[in-house]
Structure formats: structure tokens, C-alpha cells
Design a protein around this ligand. Structure first.
Ligand code: PHE
Length: 506
């Protein structure tokens, strides 16, 4: 009987009495584990080997786990520093201990929460006191010991305490993975075949130009295709869920009779703020909140509109109108910044500047990026997508706004909206929208809205009602898909598994 070289090596290394894993056999034969697996299945088909499969769990240290194994767990470092400083006698200032323990960044919180959990002592009013525990052994911490055991031994999962492993996993210090382990035993037929003598034939996996031109192809034996072999996982390209949802939002709004607006990401403050009756000394207009650009001011603004807007800021609008009594500077209005909201587009359209005068009724929207100099956290990014929209008609009320939102969010399965009165310099009345997070049950803010004041509409030349809103696309996604950190879908920390596997809800 002729078999391939790998098959022969495998048959010779396998045993009829002892089950060996593919990993073991690969090591013994010096063959690649994938080749051994392939050969094992081929020999199983011939009846010479029996192949068994089971799922085994392995555990490895994450980068953070590896670091704490070397530098010790943050809470142990804090405890050691506290013991050193005499915190078992009298309380020691926390700041000092953090410095002495060399804790920085997120390690501080990690140290504090685990210090409390492990009952090392009290932290009160910024001072640490250690509780007395005569049995405490600084080298006997079970979590630290488990990190040592796991290092370099991914089968340690078999004998470590499950509770400790769960804890380390929830701290993000270890990663558990399931793998299929295949093991092999020689069958009676295999033993007989070996005794009768087997001849190794060199098999060729792929035909090459050399084989063809040299004529060798006619002598070699070709490896058979194994159509049952595990295939490598490949991921096809996929539209990002943020883009998918943005497109769905557009479809829904078009279905509700809206037309799409477009306009610049970097715009004059005039369109971003002044038209919206935002006083020039409003905190949102300082460098704290806005991304100013080092580019020349915007020359082309409609002169008469600039005059009317300035007049609204200085003197107000209507017989009882009153201005802001604060400076208004045309140069500031012309300065260019990244838009902090897409309401700048609404101003361009409502003023007639974008596509000419509009007669009511009209409905417009955009789903576009806005930029804010915020602090990054689980619900805030420096840029995000805003779903802007407005309806221009006679006699609009808050009921119309609520109805529009109810209808819009229903399309995404969100039916428990809550509304809260709010203040915007440009709308009256105004309200914020909230939705319930499907996992945490927390109410999260998903938008802001209102009916434009006459101080906004009169200078624009609009003499009917306009209701308007800005909704956050990313927050809508959080409600739809239940993730808790906006950075799971954006940027370098994004959760690839989530992006690959998330189901598209239609
Ligand atoms: N510009 C507001 C924001 O960014 C949203 C809004 C638009 C509110 C239009 C009212 C009217 O929060």
C-alpha cells in the first residue's frame, strides 16, 4: 500500500493503545499541525486511524494581565505602600500612597476598587487605613498566583479555581478561548497495514511550472483534495453599521416627505451661530467648545441678512423685542470654524441662500458630521453624526414635533421616548428627547429640538412656523444595538466582533 510521507510518519507515530493529540503528533513527526490534521482525516477515511474531537478551553494572559504579573496587581502595590507607610497604625493620605506605589492613569481606580473588594482596609476622606489581618500574606494573593500559573501554561484552566478565573476574566486580565482538539489512535486495520509494510510516496500539493516543464508531473503522486478540511475564516467587506443606519435614517425621512440638505463642514460662525440668535459671548462660542480654523474669514455672506441678524442681536425683533446688550462683531461672524451642529445648514436653506426662497410647507433634513471640542467619554466623541431636520408650515405646535419624533423613532423599534423641557437661545419652546438603553435601562439623551423663535425667523425672512431638531445618530445606534460605549463603533478601539456580527434590523 502506498501512502504519503506525512501519512506514513503519522501512522508510525500513532499508537493503538494510547490516544495522542494532533499537537503531540505534529511535534513527534516534525510536521505542520495542519498537515497532520489533513493526513489524519485521510487515514480515517481509509479506516487506518480513528480521530476523536473534543472542545478544550485554554486561558492566556492579556497584555494588561502580563503587565500586572510583572509589576504586581495595582491593589497589592497600594496595600504594600500603605503597610510601608504605617497605615495599619494611623491613616495615611491616599495621594502620597498612589505616588509611592507608582500607580498612574486607570490603575488608580483599579487599585482602589480592588483594595475595597479584598477588604484590605478603609479609604475615608482621602486617607487610607489598613485593617489588621495577622494572616495576611503579601505573596499569597490568589489572583496574583493564578496570573503566575497561567503564564506560559494555557492549559492551566483545567486546574485553576473557576471563581478566580471568572474574576480575572472580568478584570480583563485573562482571555479564555475554546479550541477543537483532535486526537488519534491506530485502528486494528492500521496496525495490520503497518505490519504488512507501507511505502511512502512523495505527494505533491500543487503543480508548478518546473514540474510541468521537467516532465516530472507524470511520475509524482498528487495529494487528494480534502473537502472536509476546516477552512480558514475570511471576512468579507461590510458596510459599517453607522453608515447602514445613516442610510436607513435617510430612507425613513425621505419616506416621511423630507428632502436632503447639503453644505460645508467648515463654515462662517454667522451660519453656525449668529443666525441662530446665539449671543457672541455665549460659552459654546469660545475656543473651549469650538474648533476654530486658521483660514481667511468668509467673504461671501448676504449683506442684507448680515445687517438684519446684527439688528436682531442688538435690538431684538418685534415691538417688545430687546437685544443682547453685548458686543456684536462682524469679523467674528465671518470667522470660519468646524460646525458644532448642522443647524448651520438649516439657516442656509431657510434664509433662501442655499436654493432660493422657500414657500411653506417644506420639510428638510441632513445626516451629517458635526465637530465639538468635548471630552472623550463613553457617550461623547469629538465628532459625531447629527440628524438635522425642520418643518416649515403654518401653526405648528409641540404636538407636531412630538408626533414627528414618535413616528420617526418607531421605524427603529424605539417606542418609549421621553421629552424634557429645555433651553436653546434659538428655539422657544425647546425640549430634549430621551430613550431607554436596552441593556442598562438608563435614560440617554438622544436629541434636542424646538420651534424657532422670531429672533431667528424674522431676519431670515420666514413668516410662518418652523419646528426643528438635531438628533444624535450614534445614540440612536446605542438604543438599537445595545452597546454602551460609543467608541465600540468608532475609532481605533472599536469592537471588530460587534461590527462583523451585528445583525442589521430592518
Ligand atoms: N442644534 C441643536 C444641537 O446641536 C439641535 C437643534 C436644532 C435644536 C434645531 C433645536 C432646533 O443640540
Amino acid at each position: 500500500m502506498r501512502v504519503s510521507e506525512t501519512q506514513l510518519a503519522l501512522l508510525e507515530a500513532a499508537s493503538a493503545t494510547e490516544t495522542k493529540t494532533v499537537a503531540q503528533l505534529a511535534e513527534e513527526t516534525g510536521e505542520d499541525p495542519a498537515a497532520v490534521t489533513g493526513a489524519a482525516f485521510e487515514l480515517e477515511a481509509e479506516g487506518l486511524l480513528a480521530v476523536e474531537e473534543h472542545v478544550a478551553e485554554t486561558v492566556t494572559l492579556t497584555e494588561e494581565g502580563e503587565r500586572y504579573r510583572e509589576e504586581r496587581l495595582p491593589e497589592l502595590r497600594l496595600r504594600a505602600a500603605a503597610a510601608e507607610a504605617g497605615a495599619d497604625e494611623s491613616a495615611v493620605e491616599l495621594g502620597r500612597l498612589i505616588g509611592e506605589a507608582g500607580l498612574g492613569g486607570p490603575e488608580v481606580d483599579i487599585a482602589l476598587s480592588n483594595f475595597a473588594r479584598k477588604g484590605y482596609g478603609e479609604i475615608d476622606d482621602g486617607a487610607v487605613s489598613l485593617s489588621s489581618d495577622p494572616d495576611y500574606d503579601p505573596d499569597g494573593d490568589p489572583e496574583a498566583e493564578a496570573l503566575e500559573t497561567i503564564e506560559g501554561n494555557d492549559e492551566a484552566v483545567g486546574y485553576l479555581d473557576g471563581g478566580i478565573l471568572d474574576r480575572l476574566e472580568s478584570r480583563g486580565l485573562v482571555e479564555r478561548t475554546e479550541t477543537t482538539v483532535r486526537s488519534v489512535t491506530l485502528t486494528d486495520e492500521g496496525v495490520t497495514a503497518l505490519m504488512e509494510g507501507l511505502e511512502a510516496a512523495e505527494t505533491v500539493g500543487a503543480i508548478t511550472p518546473e514540474l510541468l516543464t521537467g516532465g516530472e508531473w507524470s511520475e509524482v503522486e498528487f495529494a487528494e483534495y480534502n473537502v472536509e478540511a476546516d477552512a480558514e475564516t475570511t471576512y468579507g467587506g461590510k458596510e459599517h453599521i453607522l453608515r447602514q443606519t445613516a442610510n436607513r435614517v435617510k430612507d425613513v425621512l425621505v419616506g416621511m416627505g423630507f428632502q436632503e440638505m447639503e453644505g460645508p463642514h467648515a463654515d462662517a460662525d454667522f451660519w453656525i451661530n449668529d443666525c441662530l440668535f446665539m449671543p457672541q459671548d455665549h460659552p459654546a462660542r469660545t475656543h473651549w467648545d469650538r474648533f476654530e480654523l486658521d483660514v481667511p474669514p468668509m467673504e461671501e455672506l448676504p449683506e442684507d441678512l448680515v445687517e438684519r441678524v446684527e439688528d436682531a442681536h442688538r435690538n431684538g425683533v418685534g415691538p417688545d423685542g430687546d437685544g443682547y446688550h453685548s458686543p456684536w462683531d462682524e469679523a467674528f461672524a465671518r470667522a470660519v470654524a468646524l460646525r458644532g451642529h448642522t443647524t448651520s445648514l438649516s439657516m442656509r436653506y431657510l434664509s433662501g441662500h442655499a436654493i432660493g426662497e422657500l414657500e411653506p410647507p417644506q420639510r428638510y433634513f441632513s445626516v451629517e458630521k458635526v465637530y465639538r471640542n468635548d471630552t472623550l467619554d463613553p457617550t461623547h466623541l469629538l465628532e459625531f453624526f447629527q440628524i438635522e431636520g425642520w418643518v416649515m408650515a403654518e401653526d405648528l405646535s409641540v404636538r407636531d414635533l412630538m408626533g414627528t419624533f414618535t413616528e420617526f423613532y418607531e421605524q427603529f423599534g424605539i417606542t418609549d421616548l421621553e421629552f424634557k423641557p429645555h433651553y436653546n437661545p434659538y428655539t422657544e419652546p425647546s425640549f430634549e428627547l430621551f430613550g431607554k438603553h436596552p441593556e442598562t435601562g438608563e435614560l440617554i439623551e438622544i436629541g434636542n429640538s424646538g420651534i424657532f423663535r422670531e429672533e431667528v425667523l424674522t431676519p431670515l425672512g420666514v413668516d410662518c412656523d418652523v419646528m426643528a431638531w438635531g438628533l444624535a445618530l450614534e445614540r440612536l445606534l446605542m438604543l438599537m444595538y445595545g452597546f454602551e460605549d460609543i467608541r465600540d463603533v468608532h475609532g481605533t478601539l472599536c469592537d471588530l466582533e460587534l461590527l462583523r456580527n451585528v445583525e442589521v434590523v430592518y
